[in-house]
Ligand binder design. Structure first.
Ligand SMILES: [Zn+2]
Length: 282
């Protein structure tokens, strides 16, 4: 009998004005005056997960948790795993060790106060952990993080390190790194973990890629999605350049039905369920 592989479903809980690619249009001091829309997409995701009886991991920004405590409660009440996406969505490559520690500490404390439980998962904004800031893992461990999902082993102009390990591995004693999933084809790594690619390509191609990955590698994958990807009526930002504009807005209306198919075509659970206590990790 074929082994059924369970994958990790994750959501980066941030608003459309916090996306790194739009940061020149929305400096952090302007966030308080933007229309808050994160609850719209997050509730759509919560409903979709409930409909498919799936639990996921929600990497929430501390800033969002402070503004929308009810949303954090809804995530917890839905039985999902709450994890941390930092406080102000700053790339770790833009911070020093002390600044990173302060950002993570504040966000983690906010989330723990609201949920009444410990937070053990972290995802760096824009997958911004690379060989220049490996000290970030020491900070995570010191602050009680047990797994990170902060690297993307692909070539991309905004993020990614092409020669990073592709599978989960132990970084330090008590801390594992779970890179976003890629597929190797024609000697190149292709992203199959969600984001713009999932919106751009036909669903059948995403499904084929994930099936091929399972067949070849016999292990779980990590998928990620943002609430704003399910919010087709978000304010459209002008003057951001064609490439950024295309990437951010392409096929927003297709995400909900596509995600629904993805949820029923594969098995899903939280990051913690899929990866912690995995005997296959070295
Ligand atoms: Zn993010």
């Amino acid at each position: 009998m074929k082994k059924i592989i369970t994958n990790a479903m994750s959501v980066d809980v941030e608003d459309y004005f916090q996306v790194s690619a739009l940061s020149s249009k929305f400096p952090q001091k302007s966030w308080g005056s933007q229309q808050l829309r994160v609850e719209i997409g997050t509730h759509k995701l919560l409903n979709l997960f409930e409909h498919h009886n799936i639990k996921g991991t929600f990497f929430a920004l501390g800033w969002i948790a402070e503004k929308c405590p009810g949303l954090i409660k809804a995530i917890i009440d839905g039985g999902h795993e709450l994890a941390c996406h930092g406080n102000l969505h700053q790339r770790v490559t833009d911070l020093n060790k002390q600044q990173f520690a302060e950002d993570l500490y504040r966000a983690k404390s906010t989330l723990e106060q609201l949920s009444g439980a410990g937070i053990i998962g972290y995802r760096a904004p824009s997958f911004s952990i690379n060989e220049t800031n490996l000290w970030a893992f020491d900070v995570m461990k010191e602050l009680g993080i047990e797994y990170s999902s902060s690297t993307y082993p692909i070539k991309h102009d905004h993020y990614g390190v092409p020669d990073w390990p592709r599978g989960p591995y132990q970084v330090l004693d008590g801390l594992i790194e779970i890179p976003l999933t890629t597929m190797v084809k024609f000697g190149r790594s292709f992203p199959i973990a969600g984001g713009g690619y999932f919106r751009l390509l036909p669903y059948a191609l995403s499904r084929w890629a994930l099936r091929s990955f399972h067949e070849k590698e016999q292990r779980s994958s990590v998928f990620y999605v943002h609430p704003w990807e399910l919010d087709e009526y978000q304010p459209v930002v002008q003057d951001i350049g064609l490439k950024t504009r295309f990437r951010h807005y392409v096929n927003l209306h297709k995400v909900e039905p596509r995600l629904s198919r993805l949820l029923s075509d594969f098995n899903w659970s939280t990051m913690k369920d899929v990866y912690l206590n995995d005997p296959k990790l070295d």
